[in-house]
Design a protein around this ligand. Structure first.
Ligand code: PXL
Length: 268
């Protein structure tokens, strides 16, 4: 294997035809932050800024084969998962994580799109808890995803710590909760639970409704920073700063929830 000039990462996720989220958001984030992104596509969605119209799942052997191809030829510094959709896909990714002994596996437990469309079948949640989360270096739920994972109706900033401790028991080393869905009007606060301590990072809440793909973008930016050799806390801070800047410079595309600007640096 050649000694590459740039860290390589892999995203295992769904395609978003509107390119605001999913594989497309991941690749833009990776490129913008200076890592080389490879992809294993799980599902193809037909969607725009208004919502998801269709989902088509790739067969399991094709998903497996994409991952094998990448692992055999690239020295991966980190791996990120996004939309996995079915229990079978979650299981096969957990099997690959075990087979290849992935140390830096970042699991973004994607469940629902900003448009409200379902991105994960309910039957897949137990597979996440039993197989994939135990293999993860970090998991990056938003507040509704965290509530679903711990089986509670609502999580607020008051009980977020208890919920993180429950996820820790499933085997994730680091838990990052994205506070975008919290009802704090002034700030958006994200929480990192790492090595038995909590760290909170707040930035002013942005009013833009062009927030499609912010969850994917955050997890991809965190993955890129880990691949670049940053420590967990700094990767968390850098990822939030990146999303905040990308969201501040939304591109005003489409009539629904538009994408953020992953390349805001180019347009300064
Ligand atoms: O943001 C979550 C997400 C992940 N992956 C795909 C998506 C979305 C949101 O729409 O479409 C493919």
């Amino acid at each position: 294997m050649k000694k590459s000039k740039i860290p390589v990462v892999l995203t295992i996720a769904g395609s978003d035809s509107g390119s605001g989220a999913g594989i497309q958001a991941d690749l833009k984030t990776f490129s913008s932050l200076g890592v080389y992104g490879t992809t294993a596509i799980t599902v193809i969605t037909a969607q725009n800024t208004q919502g998801v119209r269709d989902v088509s799942t790739l067969n399991l052997s094709m998903i497996s084969s994409q991952i094998d191809c990448i692992v055999e030829d690239f020295d991966l510094k980190a791996i990120k998962t996004g939309m996995l959709y079915t229990p079978d896909i979650v299981k096969i990714i957990s099997d690959k994580a075990k087979e290849y002994k992935w140390e830096k596996l970042i699991v973004d437990p994607v469940m629902v799109a900003s448009s409200g469309d379902t991105l994960l079948k309910a039957e897949a949640i137990s597979e996440y808890k039993n197989s994939l989360i135990p293999m993860s270096f970090a998991i990056t739920p938003n507040i509704p995803e965290l509530a679903t994972l711990v089986g509670e109706k609502i999580i607020s900033m008051n009980n977020v710590n208890d919920a993180c401790m429950k996820i820790r028991k499933l085997g994730a080393d680091n838990i990052i909760v994205k506070g975008g869905h919290d009802n704090n009007k002034k700030d958006s606060i994200d929480v990192l639970y790492s090595k038995d301590s909590f760290y909170k990072y707040a930035l002013p809440r942005l009013k833009s409704k062009n927030n499609h793909g912010t969850g994917c973008t955050f997890a991809a930016a965190f993955t890129a920073n880990i691949a670049l050799g940053e420590n967990t806390k700094q990767s968390f801070i850098n990822a939030k700063d990146y999303v905040w800047n990308a969201m501040s410079n939304d591109l005003l595309l489409g009539s629904g929830n538009g994408p953020v600007d992953h390349f805001y640096e180019l347009r300064k």
